[in-house]
Design a protein around this ligand. Structure first.
Ligand code: PMP
Length: 321
């Protein structure tokens, strides 16, 4: 039997890009199949289990986190299961579905306005509250258990699922950096020459300029370089435009029936671009599904602008592996 968290399915998507007679493939891990519908269930479960074991997280202790959504939703659901009250600090410009979901799992939610300092302010307020009420701060951006979980689980699952095929590239967007760090570390043990591609929002303001973010690829590009990230592991950075990421996600849904979130669209574009430099398998992640974005631009019609990379990709089919 499949567990409620982890052991997610993998598919390969066939497509053509640039050359009419050259069919290519991207291997994708579908993380929407986790308990609350995102990759973040993995780290919330692992962090709670490990810190309960080491007694850092004591019985009924509050969990306090700053998040752009999915991490908070995962902690809220698992906090309800394990009897930990959950306090979430979240920028007010995330999709309304995220905030409603957090509340539905019983989390106490504080919205922080862009003018108040956006994401960085969320972290400051979470730190302050955890001191005041003696709460546990998972701090996904610096918590080594985050990347370790992806090293032990997500990365290992990828190796097992692609079996005898050789992986030439891995692409992931960077939020906390946990996915790219953990998965890359595991894959590099098996494929030392693998190319690692990072996806970042093109519309992100310059880092460390203290301008809260305005881009639309929710879940990645959170205003600062996370402590977990070691930039040396990255071979290529793909700066993806908001509209291209959104349009790619729309196309995956309309053409293949894969209802995925905006960062999945961005990851797919990054994987196709990395695929131009590799004749071996390229793997990426679809971190969540489309349901948290129904009130966003994702629900608008396909953008037919021929300059978008998403419109230069011909999606052919996908199959489970
Ligand atoms: N996409 C989405 C939708 C996410 O919620 C996240 C996590 N914030 C990511 C991508 C990036 O994952 P990570 O935090 O492991 O870098």
């Amino acid at each position: 039997m499949k567990k409620t968290i982890g052991e997610t399915p993998m598919i390969k998507i066939k497509y053509k890009y640039k050359y009419k007679n050259k069919e290519k493939e991207i291997y994708v891990k579908l993380e929407q199949y986790n308990l609350t519908g995102s990759i973040k269930d993995r780290i919330a479960l692992y962090i709670i289990e490990e810190t309960e074991k080491s007694k850092i997280l004591k019985e009924k202790m509050p969990i306090i986190e700053a998040t752009s959504g999915n991490t908070g939703i995962s902690f809220a659901a698992l906090g309800a299961k394990t009897n930990h009250p959950v306090y979430i600090f979240i920028p007010d410009f995330v999709s309304s579905e995220r905030i409603k979901l957090l509340k539905s799992y019983g989390a106490k939610v504080t919205l922080v306005k862009r003018e108040e300092g956006g994401f960085k302010k969320c972290i400051e307020l979470a730190d302050k509250l955890s001191k005041e009420i003696n709460g546990y701060r998972p701090n996904q951006f610096s918590n080594y258990l985050n990347s370790k979980c992806h090293y032990l689980k997500t990365g290992r699952e990828i190796i097992e699922q692609v079996k005898e095929e050789k992986i030439g590239g891995f692409v992931s967007g960077i939020g906390s950096g946990g996915t790219i760090m953990g998965v890359s570390k595991k894959l590099k043990e098996y494929y030392p020459n693998i190319l690692i591609g990072a996806v970042m929002p093109k519309e992100m303001p310059l880092l460390n300029k203290d301008i809260p973010t305005r881009h639309k690829i929710e879940g990645i590009g959170d205003d600062f370089i996370p402590e977990l990230l070691d930039q040396k592991i990255i071979n290529k950075v793909f700066y993806i435009e908001d509209e291209d990421a959104i349009n790619m996600a729309r196309l995956l849904s309309k053409k293949l029936g894969l209802g995925v979130g905006i960062s999945s669209g961005a990851n797919f574009l990054g994987a196709v671009l990395l695929g131009e430099s590799s004749n071996e398998i390229v793997v990426t992640i679809f971190p969540d599904d489309n349901k948290k974005y129904l009130t966003t631009d994702l629900s608008k019609p396909i953008n037919l602008n021929k300059n978008l990379i998403s419109n230069k990709i011909e999606l052919l089919s996908y199959e489970e592996i």
